[in-house]
Design a protein around this ligand. Structure first.
Ligand SMILES: Cc1ncc(COP(=O)(O)O)c(C=O)c1O
Length: 385
């Protein structure tokens, strides 16, 4: 183990080793095996769905891709997403040969701005045969993907209302959202399909992996079918061109052990968030991003946002923290500035060109010790004094 205080590392303190040994002893190491179903059932329960509410995949990105296909997003459709997200959200859209339509964010929690979303759809789209089309390009708007940012939910109620009004399905990118609540609703109780990532830096991990979740059984069935090469008989009959995206038994074994510790991990993360919040309460130069009035974050990552643009400040602070062997870093570069998406359709986003320079993510692992966190807080506070 390194002696650095890291930003987000896994906490593997449950039955991970025992379950992995079980995979090896039973010889079930690939996509067939008992852990995958157990993992799918337990995660369904944890996010407020009935048994069989989840399809486990090889990553969050592949879950997004299959989610879009299950919602019937087709080639050349437009898919709406916020500019402030990990590039995987846009990549999944490209992987189904659809095109991103990049939207603005609200500045308190950096999630999709529902007011601007409604305004743009009013002005730039028309309805035909119960579907939504772009006025200039005649492309169908196939889906809206709101994103949980740092674990913070977007305003799901408003976005759902807008989706209904304009006949556009919604797929939640809750890659970082396990444990987040909209009002009092868990992810699965919002009635929207969505995805979660279990990459190594997430709240819980399967090494690499993801799930697609939904209360609609036909969507789950479709994603499972597409993730396992659309195989329909034991005689190698496949009824469409599909993918090898199913989560393996080994990944699910790790995931099951992690899920059994989820409540404690979420609780530890909440305590870490509240400590930062308490410590940075009166700082005039920056703000800790915290819970929205419409719900509660999963507190996956803690981040501060500078009140004024100042390129140097973040860079120098990162270096200061690194001198003390504390990892802190810039976070996402907005999509509209990413090379592969330079020419994607977008709304007015120039005011966000510098956003990456204003945000610093802080160590947030569930096993971060209290005295380690105090050290981080002290350096940041003294830097801004
Ligand atoms: C917002 C968001 N969407 C999608 C993904 C993709 O998940 P994965 O890395 O499991 O493919 C991530 C991963 O970090 C993410 O942060």
């Amino acid at each position: 183990m390194s002696d650095w205080i890291e930003i987000s590392i896994p906490s593997l303190r449950g039955k991970e080793k025992e379950y992995l040994e079980e995979c090896i002893n039973s010889n079930y190491v690939s996509s067939i095996g008992p852990f995958t179903t157990k993992f799918e059932n337990l995660i369904s329960e944890k996010i407020g769905l009935n048994e069989n509410g989840a399809a486990a995949t090889s990553s969050g990105t592949t879950a997004l891709q299959l989610g879009l296909l299950s919602l019937e997003v087709k080639q050349n459709n437009l898919v709406i997403l916020p500019t402030y997200t990990f590039i995987a959200t846009a990549n999944a859209i490209s992987h189904v040969n659809a095109q991103p339509w990049i939207f603005d964010i609200e500045m308190d929690h950096l999630t999709l701005d529902h007011k601007k979303l409604e305004h743009e759809l009013e002005n730039k789209t028309f309805q035909k045969n119960d579907s939504c089309f772009h006025k200039k390009t005649y492309q169908k708007v196939g889906c809206i993907i709101p994103v949980h940012v740092f674990g913070c939910p977007p305003n799901i109620e408003e976005i759902k209302r807008i989706g209904k009004k304009f006949n556009i399905p919604i797929l939640l990118d809750s890659a970082c959202g396990i444990g987040a609540k909209f009002k009092n609703l868990n992810l699965g109780e919002t009635d929207l399909p969505g995805i979660i990532s279990f990459n190594g830096n997430k709240t819980i991990t399967t090494g690499s992996g993801g799930i697609f979740y939904s209360k609609e059984k036909n969507l789950i069935k479709k994603v499972k079918h597409l993730s396992s090469t659309a195989k329909c008989t034991n005689r190698y009959d496949h009824d469409e061109i599909a993918f090898n995206y199913r989560m393996s038994n080994i990944q699910a074994a790790l995931g099951l052990a992690q899920l059994e510790q989820l409540d404690k991990i979420l609780n530890d993360k909440k305590k870490i968030h509240l400590n930062y919040l308490n410590a940075f309460n009166n700082c005039s130069k920056f703000k800790l991003i915290s819970d929205p009035n419409w719900g509660e974050s999963s507190h996956w990552l803690n981040a501060i946002i500078l009140k004024e643009d100042n390129k140097e400040t973040i860079e120098k602070l990162i270096n200061k923290l690194r001198e003390a062997r504390i990892r802190a870093n810039y976070f996402w570069k907005p999509l509209h500035l990413q090379n592969p998406y330079q020419s994607s359709m977008r709304n007015k986003l120039e005011h966000l060109n510098e956003i990456q320079e204003r945000i610093l993510i802080l160590p947030s692992s569930s096993n971060l010790k209290f005295d380690e966190q105090q050290k981080i807080i002290k350096i940041i506070k003294s830097y801004f004094q």
